[in-house]
Write a protein that binds this ligand. Sequence first.
Ligand code: C2O
Ligand code: CU
Ligand code: CU
Length: 452
Amino acid sequence: RTDGTTDFYEIVQKPARAEIIPGSPTQVWGYNGLFPGPTIVSRSGRRTQVRHRNELPVPVAVHLHGGKTPAESDGYPTDLILPGGGGASHQHHGATGRVSKGAKDYVYPLDQPAATLWYHDHRMDFTGPQVWRGLAGFHLVHDDEADALPLPQGDHDVPLMICDRAFDEDGSFLYPSVSPDLQGEPGVTEEYMEGVLGDVILVNGAPWPVMEVDNTRYRFRLLNASNARRYQLALDPPAAEFVQVGSDVGLLGAPVRHDELPIAPAERFEVVIDFSAYPVGTQVTLKNTLGDGGTADVMRFRVARKAKDDSRVPSRLVEFERLSRSSATRTRQVNFTQGANDGRVMWTINGKVFDPDRADVESKLGTTEIWRVVTDVHHPLHIHMAHFQVLSRGSEGRVRPSDAGWKDTMDIPDSELVEVLVRFTGYRGRYVFHCHNLEHEDMMMMGNLDVM
Ligand code: C2O
Ligand code: CU
Ligand code: CU
């Protein structure tokens, strides 16, 4: 529904049965009962309003990942929608956040360029298990500049949500470390310090699917929606390459070619693959060279037929402003390490576990900062609202080809100093930044970002 200035959506979060493993239905928690949730499509600069009704047995919070969103709609971890989606919506300011009963309207101005965003649950301490059960979907933003490009479009522009899951014998999702009702207990325990991994790879909710393709170019919007798994994607046979045209929060200035593409939890890469590099009849496997056994393959493409292709990848894409070191007005040190809280092992940022009531980082709207990030093991850094560019890696300072563009998430390898340039445009208010290994996030590896 639309009233000319705002597009309205309504989503009901509810349990549903999905046949993921043939013959053994899985209970999912889905947006509209679907996993992945429905894809929302917005126009840059035009408001989208999404009413979420909660018919699940637990509180939820909805975050639009990559969105420049006013704080009250950003899905702050204690801004909960309590169960009771059928009833009336009341919002009050509790001690622990803006709590709504049953339903909440999220307002997204989407004053940002075309990009592949996604939305997912963000409930404090329980994001891992709630996303695992299915609470994730795409939210695409289009704009005129991107629409004018001759890239593949229509049914040749395909979002692919990649995630791993484990299944119990009866077909239910197996999340090993949490009480089944997700009440009371914290989400994860020390046995899962590295995060929860699955042995089945799902693409758009289907295990190792096969997609029939024309022998033409396709644009794929790759999202790693896994809780903790990193992938290194490659094509087998390797005749075609990944021509990257977009990063997390927008298109690139110019395409970047990759034989292999590393993708950490929550990262997005928009790539063009040209299947004319393969004879009709070829099966092309999208592989994960970091995996083994069932996690070594992601999906397959079957080049089914010849077709006409009038798409191409131009050598210039969109206007892209590269930030320079000298534009930064301050530098911060951010350390992601293991730590302890009340005798339990936890994950910390600068030695502290998350406290919604403590100010951590205060940044001025309109400024640019350098964040110098160091980690003990791999951690995907994610910043809400503010977008960033990768400035340098390691002692040589050389960035990787996959670091190109505007980002909101990046993998920080262990003991490599990474510098990013963060630009604080958007809105004032309290946001968060955190590790996007969702078990690390639930084990409190999160800080407050106050944009002043
Ligand atoms: Cu995708 Cu704060 O998360
Ligand atoms: Cu986010
Ligand atoms: Cu982490």
